[in-house]
Design a protein around this ligand. Structure first.
Ligand code: PLP
Length: 438
């Protein structure tokens, strides 16, 4: 019987081990950043920004695309470009970063929270169908962590009910469904380039869209209401005579040439990195599948390339009789990591960062205030995944070697084999053990 690291035993991995770091850049990125610094083009439809926009859009197989300030604004202007506003209902998954739902409230729409599938944590499409009402205008699908819902069925549901499909792709730059890039599967997609994302410029975001009309509106929305200039002409788009109809009042949601330079460098590395993570994830999942009480996430056969913001797996808590917080602390300790493995996002009906009834500007009417009350929701699958069974880790884990994946699996197995020791650690004492693992 081996003693678990959190109980004072020898860890599977020494603390001195060097794990892959994130974010990363190279000398060519630094050179381009320096060139921009000494140029007099730092922002506003710069050449580097549009070079990146055209290349990234082409990589995902979408028609049109543009950089925006961040992924939160990307969702907001996607809704605005589609004409979604006061009292419109938008279906949003129960488990996502708060921005997906907060952006709906910020355009005075009503986010309708829908539960997730237990084995992918992505939208449960039966629940989506049940949530559709005459007021529903759109579904926001979030390709969460490293899994996808059935996008073919979701496209059909949206078509049947005449709903817009918005993809929140913040987690999955480089994912492909039946060979088609995510971000090109719906009407508009939104992306985040925040530091932790698989394509990053520290902060930043992106929108892709299907039609010229949506492109013109998105352009105007990200640029203080200005019409698309057609100079430089991008995506071969000229300026239509009736451009004023696409001009919408808005604010400044642009990003800078320096951010675009970092993104251009990241894009050169993206596909190889996504492939490395995908290969390692498939291998790690195959190892985890052989450990009693450990349940890998489900990967749909239509996924032709899976990108991972986080790698995730589930605990069979009935069998193991420990929860995900206990397990994560024990696993971090075995691998010499600090707060790396952790439970997935809080469900949006009980999320510290999604409190829609806190801003005066959202108090449109008694009816609206009531409609954005999140306490009315019961989201048992998302709640269970967050509170009990879900374990996640940032994608940089998957950028290590194949033998590192074996070490991770053997640390998981060690804990499962010695689960009695973990059960005996009192929940209140976990903090102390966490401190010990630092
Ligand atoms: C699923 C999801 N949507 C939207 C966002 C918002 O992106 P940003 O932080 O760039 O505003 C994030 C960022 O964490 C996210 O994870």
């Amino acid at each position: 019987m081996a003693k678990l690291a959190i109980c004072g035993g020898k860890a599977v991995v020494k603390k001195s081990k060097k794990w892959a770091k994130w974010p990363i850049s190279d000398a060519a990125d630094a050179k381009l950043v320096a060139k921009i610094t000494t140029s007099n083009r730092w922002s506003f439809d710069g050449p580097v920004e549009w070079e990146f926009a055209e290349k990234f859009t082409a990589y995902q197989g979408a028609k049109y695309g543009m950089c925006v300030a961040n992924g939160t604004i990307g969702i907001q202007i996607a809704l605005e470009a589609l004409g979604i506003g006061a009292y419109d209902e938008v279906i949003v998954p129960a488990m996502t970063w708060q921005a997906t739902a907060a952006a709906c409230v910020d355009v005075n729409a009503i986010p309708v929270l829908v539960d997730i599938e237990p084995d992918t944590w992505n939208l449960d499409l039966d629940a989506v169908e049940k949530a559709i009402t005459p007021k529903t205008r759109a579904v926001i699908v979030v390709h969460l962590y490293g899994s996808m819902t059935d996008m073919t069925r979701l496209q059909k549901i949206c078509k049947k009910h005449n709903l817009f499909l918005i993809e929140d792709c913040a987690h999955q730059h480089g994912s492909f469904w039946k060979g088609q890039g995510v971000g090109s599967l719906g009407d508009i997609s939104s992306w985040s380039f925040q530091e932790s994302k698989v394509l990053s410029s520290g902060e930043g975001g992106f929108n892709m869209c299907k039609t010229r009309e949506l492109f013109y509106k998105l352009y105007s929305l990200r640029n203080c209401g200005r019409p698309y200039p057609a100079d430089p002409a991008v995506f071969g788009l000229t300026k239509p005579a009736n451009m004023q109809q696409y001009s919408l009042q808005s604010g400044n949601y642009r990003l800078t040439e320096w951010q675009a330079a970092i993104l251009l460098g990241g894009l050169k590395r993206l596909d190889a990195q996504v492939k490395q993570r995908d290969i390692n994830a498939i291998y790690l999942n195959s190892l985890l599948a052989g450990i009693p009480g450990i349940l890998p996430m489900y990967r749909r056969p239509e996924i032709t390339q899976q990108s991972y913001f986080n790698f995730a797996f589930r605990l069979d808590t009935k069998e193991l009789k420990v929860d995900n917080k206990q397990f994560s602390v024990a696993l971090n300790a075995e691998l010499g990591l600090v707060d790396a493995f952790e439970p997935p996002y809080e469900p949006l009906n009980n999320c510290g960062l999604f409190r829609p009834q806190t801003k005066a500007r959202h108090n449109l009417s008694k009816a609206y205030w009531k409609a954005i009350d999140i306490t009315k929701y019961k989201l048992p699958v998302a709640t269970e995944a967050h509170e009990k069974s879900g374990v996640t880790i940032h994608h940089q884990l998957l950028m290590n070697s194949r033998s590192d994946m074996e070490m991770v699996a053997s640390a998981v197995k060690k804990i499962v084999d010695n689960i009695d020791q973990l059960r005996a650690v009192k929940p209140g004492q976990l903090k102390k053990y966490q401190a010990l693992s630092h």
